[in-house]
Design a protein around this ligand. Sequence first.
Ligand code: 0RQ
Length: 502
Amino acid sequence: MESRAKTTFLESRLMPAERAAALLPSRGTIAASGFTTAYPKVIPAAYAQRVEVERARGREFAINLYTGASTGEALDGVLARSGAVRKRLPFQSTPAMRDRINSGEIEFVDMHLSHVATYIAHGILDPIDAAIIEAVDVTPDGRIYLTTSSGLSPTFVDCAREVFVELNEAYPAALKGYHDIYLPEPPPHGRPIHITSVDDRIGVPYVQCDPAKIRAVVRTSALDAAPDFREPDDVSLAIAEHVVEFILHEVAKGRIPPGLLPFQSGIGNVANAVLSCLARSDRIESVRMYTEVLQDSIFDLVDAGKLECASTSALTFSAAGLDRFLGEIEELRRTFVIRPQEISNNPEVIRRMGIISMNTALEVDIYGHVNSTNVMGSRMMNGIGGSGDFTRNAYISIFLSPSVAKGGAISAFVPMVSHVDHVEHSTQIVVSEYGLADLRGLGPVRRARLLIEKCAHPDYRGALAEYLDRALETAPGKHMPHDLGHAFDWHTRYLQTGTMRA
Ligand code: 0RQ
């Protein structure tokens, strides 16, 4: 009976990607699943083809594209190149999208990931005409079972006028049960979010949709473009070792309980190396993660028998990592939980659970302001993502950065950052391969001296100290002295000569 209902439901909705793409709007807002992984792939490709054909005939396309976080070439790449995207939010990392944002062709709204759902629900952002959601299953009563991320999909399904499902048959049905779908209640009388332990489940394993809104179901077996993680290099390993030493020091001081606090870890190779190092340390017995992305390094913790549980909004595995995950999908369900980003990045939960956040910076200034997004103050890299949600609310916020970039031509430690994402008030611990600066409880000038001594590359330390001394001499205020006429000399020198070195 149930299976007949399913067949009937699917028969009435199943169609090729081209037909589904033809039903999407040419103007308005398209929201898509995807938080590093689990973005739709075949409907966007068909839509991009349609855009090409119809634009040649003079039709105009202008869409806003919302997702949970970054996606891949199959969504951001093809749609950016199609010329249909006018506005993109809240995070991206695909070269084609990044280039068009930086050329001024696409308006990018770089947002805290925890804010997006509120902006949609309260009508601050344009309403969603169509949501395209990758799923492992969809039932006649409108239950949509998501694949490897949750992100904003529950909110998109809830708010969209129409829903398009990409039914991805590359994933086994055993993925069902990984998700814990629960959305915060609106203010002013919303109840607290009842997560007191990383592995608490408070919702249901599917996204409920009004079946009448499901306009199309398209079958696919296309996989996400898997990231490639490098073996940790010496710089990443040195950074990771400083972090582990610091955590153990805080435990010894009684500032972190012996069972540790849950960790959040950002994206990229350095973050991956830190988790691997936690797994290898014989002085760390168990780890809990309350984070937004899990990368391959989570398996180092699993193999070391140290992973108690991991809450995330996305599984972001390399091809080998995904194989391993699929091979152990039944056992890992006890350990992993995938949550909507309104929950994984929820400031109240992060603060209450005492998270230790670890994110990567592009550059840090002598007083601890952090730039995570805009290279040389203007060229967008990826976006702030969830780094602000975690940093601002963490019990301990850690920023990681190699001391130099581009073979030493750029110092990651500068007199004044060329763009600010995280202010000195939120930045507590800064780590480079040279050392760790604990900025907590220090005034600006002492912070500056410590950051220069512990974190800056030796080639740039002298020049940073000179800048600070000159600022102390010349600035009208000695609280956070700056030599404003020269604060950006290093950046302008790099732009003019290709190096920050004098
Ligand atoms: O460029 O590869 O062309 O040489 O930046 O740097 O060292 O590979 O580091 O991949 O971890 O990325 C901040 C971008 C770091 C990332 C950032 C150049 C460097 C290289 C990448 P090349 P690395 P990563 C959770 C948390 C914000 C969002 C966030 C990020 C490239 O971590 O997007 O934290 N963070 N989210 O050469 C110019 C500098 C530079 C520089 C490095 N000072 N100036 N270029 N580079 N420092 C996840 C989510 O929110 C979903």
